[in-house]
Design a protein around this ligand. Sequence first.
Ligand SMILES: [Zn+2]
Length: 121
Amino acid sequence: MKTLHACAVCGFEGLEEPLFVDGEYLNTFEICPCCGFEFGFSEDHDVVHGFITIPEEFLEVAFQLYRKKWIEAGMKIFDPEAIPESKRKHDVLKFDVLVKQLQNLKLDLSNFDINGFEDFE
Ligand SMILES: [Zn+2]
């Protein structure tokens, strides 16, 4: 079986290419089947952060902005067929699944300025 890589935005483990090799961002142009982030494109075009192309050291900012937008818009799954049915309700990711995925990314959920995360201490 092929090793799949976790999406840096939503944490879903479904990417065929790693996002970083030796600390360098790869611009794979792979689209996460869960959150729809396109690596190498979305960080510059699908979020507003004040840069034309975001400097690599600020990538996390773009990921966070997209994450916030995606979660607050209702966590609609980009390609529902690619996500196990147990993790979603029709074409929406289940919240507890999302929380687990984000925890696997080692994100500090108590520091999220995202609706729905107010109760994480
Ligand atoms: Zn994703």
